[in-house]
Design a binder for this molecule. Structure first.
Ligand SMILES: [Zn+2]
Length: 265
């Protein structure tokens, strides 16, 4: 059984490479590592050279829009051309983060969306408290034919059919392990088409409760707990329980979906 992590950030200093190697011993295979700003793209690319199972995605995260250099879009295009298999992301809209600038975020979103369409790359979208503005863009734009991932999906069930029609994939994360999130788990069971379900950690972000942790990472300097890449195993077990299938079946299903979205297979 091989698990595919559709969204993680192994380039962050909080993830020592020994933790990635531990995850591999625990059954994690292909992973999509998402850059978040020009400053970390070289580290993301280096991880790809280190192991061919480390797939790459380059993008400007909405939290990093205010501090991005003026030529970030040119740098992104160059990075994507140098890495023909890479995806675009993590990018998106976030109206939760302090002092967000909706106009600058939308401009960065549209720039990256256009690049994903032009270069036919898979797109990874972060959306927090911005589903309305996100829908406005998706409904009126040309979208990547390959499809796009709404990472750690937390939107309303009513939008699932339309989003699936537009090409969305939806990933199951530690966010969905929280007991009070039963309504979101139910979406994965009954509303989201099986061929659009992916599995992710967002490691080192989204640390699950202690009972779901396979291994521990050192907390960040401010005490924030960090999500170990091996915790994907727990996410898969909970997704399997949610879908009413075995862990082997959910691993195979999400691996097949991962290959289709990110590798065009
Ligand atoms: Zn992320």
């Amino acid at each position: 059984m091989e698990l595919c992590d559709a969204h993680c950030h192994y380039q962050f200093a909080e993830v020592p490479y020994a933790a990635v190697e531990q995850a591999r011993r625990d059954g994690v295979g292909l992973v999509m590592i998402n850059g978040t700003a020009p400053v970390d793209w070289a580290d993301v690319a280096e991880l790809g050279r280190r192991d061919s199972r480390n797939l790459l995605s380059f993008g400007l995260h909405p939290w990093d829009v205010p501090t991005a250099p003026a030529d970030w879009a040119e740098q992104l295009r160059a990075m994507l051309l140098k890495n023909p298999a890479a995806g675009v992301g993590e990018m998106g809209l976030d109206r939760w983060v302090k002092d967000f600038d909706p106009v600058a975020q939308e401009r960065a979103f549209r720039t990256q969306l256009a690049l994903a369409v032009e270069l036919n790359r898979a797109l990874t979208i972060h959306c927090v408290k911005a589903i309305g503005p996100l829908m406005d863009i998706l409904r009126t734009s040309v979208l990547p034919p390959r499809g796009f991932l709404l990472h750690s999906w937390s939107g309303p069930v009513e939008l699932v059919p339309e989003l699936a029609q537009l090409g969305a994939y939806f990933s199951f994360s530690a966010h969905h392990l929280i007991p009070r999130k039963a309504d979101l788990r139910a979406q994965f069971a009954v509303a989201i088409p099986r061929e659009r379900i992916l599995l992710e950690t967002d490691a080192p972000a989204l640390c699950p409760a202690p009972e779901f942790r396979r291994h521990e990472l050192a907390p960040a300097a401010d005490g924030t707990e960090q999500n170990h890449p091996s915790n994907l195993v727990s996410n898969n077990e909970e997704l399997a329980r949610t879908l009413g299938v075995t862990a082997e079946v959910s691993a195979a299903l999400t691996a097949q979906n991962f290959h289709r979205l990110f590798l065009g297979e």
